[in-house]
Design a protein around this ligand. Structure first.
Ligand SMILES: Cc1ncc(COP(=O)(O)O)c(C=O)c1O
Length: 396
C-alpha cells in the first residue's frame, strides 16, 4: 500500500509522541525536553511582529505570494544577513521557504538523484538523514570530536570528499551538540569543498544564539570559488516556530548558483508560495534592530548554565563542555541499556521526554539530547526525575 520511499522515512525527535500522549491521557505530567520550540515554554513571539501580521492582513496581503518569496522580504533578508552576519547577498538569490525544513526538502528534491553521495556531520540534525533516506541518497558521515567540544574532524572529512560528492552539509551553531565552530575550522571545511568543487549547505538557523565564542557565517569566510547554499529561518531567532518561514540564499560563481536557484525554485513553484501576511510582517520587522534577542539570550544563557551544572551532578551523566550555542545539551550517559531504551524508559518511568542520541547518528550512541528551554523550576523538576531514574537504573 505505502511507497518504499515513505517507509524509509524516520523522524526520531517525534517518534515517541504517541507514548507521551498516552501517558498524559492517564493523567501523568510529562516534561517535554524533546522539541526545539521555545514557544512551548515561556518565550513569546515579539508583540510588534504579531501586530505587523495584523496590519499586513488588513492591508490585503492575503494572496499567494510569488514562489521565491515576497520581494520586500528577500530584501529584508539581505539586510539582515548584512547587519547580523556581515554577509553580502543579492535579494534575488534569496528564496523564501516554509521553514528550513521545506528548504532541506527542496534542496534534496532539486539536487539529489538516487545513489548520489552526500556528506553529513555525525551527529547531525536528523532531517538531513531523513531526507537522504527519502531520496535514496548515499550518506557518508564525517565525525565531530566530542573531546574537542564536538568540532568536526577535518582530516577525516578531507578523506571522504571527492568530485562525485553532491554536497556537504555544515550546521553551525550545531544541533544536537551546541558546538559553535571557530572561523578557522569553517575556512578549512570551505577550502576542502572548493578543492573538490562541492557545494556547501550551511544550516545557520541558530546564528544569533551563541553564548561562548563567536558565530561566523560560512558565506562570510567563503572564497569566490565556494558554492554556498545557506539555510536559515525565523523559527528560532524570531520566536516564530509555528509561522513556518525560512529561507535559502545562494552565493558563489554566478552560473552555478543560477542553476541551483532555478532547480530549487522549480520545486518551490509546486507549493505555490509560503504564507504571505507573515512574510510581509517579517519584511518590516527584520529591518529594525532585533531588540528581542537580548532578553532571549539572557534567559537562555541562565538556563544553559544551570543545565550544564545540574547534568554534571547526575551520576552517569557526562558533559565536559557546556553547549556554546543553540539550546540543546547532548550529554553522554553511562547505561546498561541502549540510548533508545533509556529515552523510552525515562519517559515511561519518570515522564521526562528526551531524544535518544543514536537518532542523530552513530556518534550520538550513548547520548541523549534535551532542550534547555524550560524555566529553571521546570528544568529542576526534570533533573530531579532524571537523577532518581539514574540512581534506580544505573547499577540495576
Ligand atoms: C539545525 C536545524 N535546521 C533546521 C530546523 C528546522 O527549522 P524550521 O523548519 O522551523 O525552520 C531545525 C529545527 O529544529 C534545526 O535545528
Amino acid at each position: 500500500m505505502l511507497s518504499k520511499r515513505i517507509e524509509r522515512l524516520d523522524y526520531p525527535i517525534r517518534k515517541y509522541n504517541a507514548l507521551a500522549r498516552s501517558l498524559e491521557e492517564k493523567g501523568e505530567k510529562v516534561i517535554y525536553l524533546n522539541v526545539g520550540d521555545p514557544l512551548k515554554y515561556d518565550f513569546r513571539t515579539p508583540r510588534e511582529l504579531i501586530e505587523e501580521v495584523y496590519h499586513a492582513m488588513m492591508e490585503g496581503h492575503n494572496y499567494y505570494a510569488s514562489s521565491e518569496g515576497v520581494r520586500e522580504l528577500q530584501e529584508a533578508i539581505s539586510f539582515k544577513e548584512k547587519t547580523w552576519n556581515d554577509v553580502e547577498i543579492e535579494p534575488r538569490n534569496v528564496l523564501v521557504t516554509s521553514g528550513v525544513s521545506e528548504g532541506i526538502n527542496a534542496l534534496f528534491a532539486a539536487l539529489v538523484n538516487e545513489g548520489d553521495k552526500i556528506v553529513i556531520p555525525d551527529p547531525s540534525y536528523p532531517l538531513y538523514i531523513s531526507f537522504a533516506d527519502f531520496y535514496n541518497a548515499r550518506k557518508v558521515f564525517y565525525p565531530a570530536l566530542e573531546d574537542q567540544g564536538w568540532i568536526p574532524d577535518t582530516d577525516k572529512l578531507r578523506s571522504l570528499l571527492d568530485k562525485g560528492t553532491k554536497f556537504l552539509v555544515l550546521n553551525n551553531p550545531h544541533n544536537p551538540t551546541g558546538a559553535v565552530y571557530p572561523a578557522r575550522i569553517i575556512k578549512e571545511i570551505l577550502d576542502i569543498a572548493a578543492e573538490n568543487d562541492i557545494p556547501v549547505v550551511s544550516d545557520e538557523i541558530y546564528d544569533a544564539l551563541v553564548f561562548d565564542g563567536e558565530f561566523v557565517s560560512a558565506a562570510k569566510v567563503a572564497s569566490p570559488d565556494n558554492i554556498i547554499i545557506d539555510l536559515n529561518g525565523f523559527s528560532k531567532t524570531f520566536l516564530a516556530t509555528g509561522w513556518r518561514l525560512g529561507y535559502i540564499y545562494l552565493k558563489g560563481p554566478e552560473e552555478k548558483i543560477m542553476q541551483i536557484r532555478s532547480g530549487i525554485l522549480n520545486f518551490l513553484m509546486t507549493r505555490l508560495s509560503a504564507v504571505t501576511p507573515m512574510q510581509v510582517a517579517l519584511a518590516r520587522f527584520a529591518r529594525k534592530s532585533p531588540h528581542h534577542l537580548e532578553e532571549l539570550k539572557r534567559r537562555l544563557n541562565e538556563r544553559r548554565l544551570y543545565t550544564y551544572k545540574r547534568l554534571n551532578e547526575i551520576p552517569g551523566f557526562h558533559m565536559p563542555v557546556a553547549p556554546h550555542g543553540a539550546f540543546y545539551a547532548f550529554p553522554r550517559v553511562d547505561l546498561r541499556m541502549s540510548d533508545e531504551e533509556f529515552a523510552k524508559e525515562l519517559l515511561v518511568q519518570e515522564k521526562v521526554f528526551v531524544v535518544y542520541g543514536s537518532g542523530f547518528g552513530e556518534k550520538g550512541r550513548n547520548h541523549v539530547r534535551l532542550v534547555f528551554l524550560p524555566p529553571i523550576e521546570l528544568l529542576d523538576e526534570a533533573f530531579k526525575r532524571i537523577e532518581r531514574f539514574m540512581r534506580k537504573n544505573l547499577n540495576a
